[in-house]
Design a protein around this ligand. Structure first.
Ligand SMILES: Nc1ncnc2c1ncn2[C@@H]1O[C@H](COP(=O)(O)OP(=O)(O)OP(=O)(O)O)[C@@H](O)[C@H]1O
Ligand SMILES: [Mg+2]
Length: 269
């Protein structure tokens, strides 16, 4: 199983944008599912008290005995918090609304920014042999998001193809710079992915042009179209890749996974 082109341990990607409703959770779920479909072992960490990634991947609230909260604040070991999903190779650490108090509880903790980082360094991690860990961040630049940025190798930023899309990006970039300086110098930007793109809408095209002008190669070639099947899938508790494998949304997330894997293969050479 050992692959010389792979760094030791999983690649950890935080999916972050403090703007709400831009497609963070949708991208976390479906990119993870697409990576798992490619034969990778993938862990989703739900770091949002809304628990949308947990629901979208079919984890009943009653089944969330141990969650990200217990991992971060009660030292519950990794093997007790990781749950399988209905997709092969795809696992999740779920979240509940309990996590909403974590942001405040963390403030008085000396290691407040490093709790996720330290939890993932556990040797228990080795037993899972994950290739990728995707962290679904809340719509805020709070301590939870900072924990994700400290633990991660890179940040993936979903950008909704709408007016004001780029607003707030400078704040996000500033936080990334601060985390680099204070805790995680190697933190990279994995890329920016345009979501909910409507090719008939001039505004979508304008946002794409602005994003590519301003961010250049950071913007993924793959664009995620607005697709009703993508928005329906979570209510069936499965990724769109399982819900409607032939949909445009499923195809787009598969293409994004391939682009990401190619990027990583190129870096590893
Ligand atoms: N490609 C798409 N096509 C259609 N609907 C989409 C698409 N991507 C996301 N949506 C819908 O847009 C809404 C917001 O998406 P999502 O929950 O992924 O955003 P988010 O950034 O995680 O939100 P929050 O900031 O609240 O965590 C959801 O209802 C989702 O189903
Ligand atoms: Mg979300």
């Amino acid at each position: 199983m050992s692959d010389p082109s792979r760094p030791a341990g999983p690649r950890i990607i935080a999916v972050a944008n403090q703007k709400g409703g831009v497609g963070k959770t949708t991208t976390t779920i479906n990119l993870s599912a697409a990576l798992a479909e490619q034969g990778k072992r993938v862990l989703v960490i739900d770091l949002d008290p809304q628990g949308n990634a947990s629901t979208g991947l079919g984890i009943d609230p009653e089944a969330r005995d141990y969650t990200t909260y217990e991992l971060l604040l009660e030292d519950v070991p990794l093997d007790e918090v990781v749950l399988p999903t209905s997709s092969e190779g795809l696992f999740i650490i779920p979240a509940t609304v309990d996590l909403s108090s974590a942001d405040i509880e963390l403030i008085s903790n000396e290691k407040r920014s490093f709790l996720l980082h330290d939890a993932l360094r556990q040797t228990a991690m080795d037993a899972f042999d994950f290739d990728y860990i995707l962290i679904d961040c809340p719509p805020s630049l709070n301590l939870l998001t900072v924990n994700a940025m400290v633990a991660a190798h890179s940040i993936l930023v979903p950008l909704q193809s709408e007016f004001f899309a780029l607003e707030g990006l400078s704040q996000l970039m500033l936080t990334i710079r601060e985390v680099r300086e204070a805790a995680n110098p190697a933190l990279r930007i994995e890329g920016v992915v345009l979501t909910m793109y409507d090719s008939r809408n001039r505004l979508s095209q304008q946002v794409e042009m602005d994003a590519r002008d301003n961010l250049g190669d950071l913007v993924f070639k793959t664009i995620i179209p607005r697709n009703v099947r993508v928005s329906e899938a979570p209510s069936y508790s499965i990724p769109v890749l399982s819900y409607d494998s032939n949909s445009k949304g499923a195809a787009a997330y598969r293409a994004l996974a391939v682009e990401l894997l190619e990027q990583h293969a190129a870096v590893a050479v």
